[in-house]
Design a protein around this ligand. Structure first.
Ligand SMILES: N[C@@H](CCC(=O)N[C@@H](CS)C(=O)NCC(=O)O)C(=O)O
Length: 220
């Protein structure tokens, strides 16, 4: 069983997308970011940086002890390696997935998060920061659009954890003050990933979140 420490934000959705795709048994442990659950000692022993998502796997391969993992990219890689799903076995394909995964956690995620932050609470002197991160997100969407001109999915021609890492930051394009019609290949990909049943379940679950958060849920 996987315990998924979760709140419905883009970084949280990445992990839900994998769990829904894979059919792994999981249980959601809500981390209420508004209530400050991320600062609780118990959570910090799982995720020392005080950020969600995190997971605990009580059935890891090769050891009897449970294992805790933080950082969304590390979690996706762990789950892919555990199941053998959504990561190619050939060296080139695997390396492509890892490259785009690092690109997301080191580039698209922080730039998008910072743009959102400065755009929703811009104060005197921060206009430059807001405009800088908007321009950077536009540039990164352009990188994705260019890549998707030659590849059906981001890293390789099949759906991988790189797509799961990137999708939650693209599907919020309106909040990012972007226009997907200006990125036709990215738009084509966003529609295809959004229509996957596991993606639809993830976002339906998130849309119903206020009703569900009172208690953790177990699946299947
Ligand atoms: N690099 C981390 C970022 C995680 C992150 O920023 N999580 C946010 C929610 S999307 C969070 O927990 N924020 C709580 C806080 O900053 O207090 C990852 O990819 O997992």
């Amino acid at each position: 069983m996987i315990d998924a420490y979760y709140w419905p934000t883009p970084n949280g959705q990445k992990i839900m997308m994998f769990l829904e795709e894979s059919g792994l048994a999981y249980r959601i442990i809500p981390v209420d970011l508004m209530a400050g659950d991320q600062h609780a000692q118990e959570f910090l022993s799982i995720s020392p940086s005080g950020k969600m998502p995190a997971i605990v796997d009580d059935e890891p391969a090769g050891t009897g002890c449970s294992i805790a993992i933080f950082e969304s990219g590390a979690i996706l890689l762990y789950l892919a390696e555990k199941t053998g799903l959504f990561i190619p076995i050939d060296v080139a394909g695997r390396s492509a997935v890892v490259q785009w995964l690092f690109w997301q956690v080191g580039g698209l995620g922080p730039a998008s998060g910072l743009f959102h932050n400065f755009n929703t609470s811009v104060q005197d002197g921060q206009v430059h920061a807001r405009d800088y991160f908007h321009q950077e997100v536009t540039r990164l969407y352009g990188v994705l659009d260019h890549r998707l001109e030659v590849s059906r999915f981001i890293a390789v021609d099949t759906y991988t954890i790189a797509d799961m890492a990137i999708f939650p930051w693209v599907t919020v394009w309106k909040k990012q003050k972007q226009e997907l019609s200006g990125f036709p290949n990215l738009l084509r990909w966003e529609v295809e990933v959004r229509q996957r049943p596991a993606t639809a379940r993830t976002y339906l679950h998130a849309s119903e979140w206020p009703k569900r958060r009172a208690h953790s849920s177990t699946k299947p």
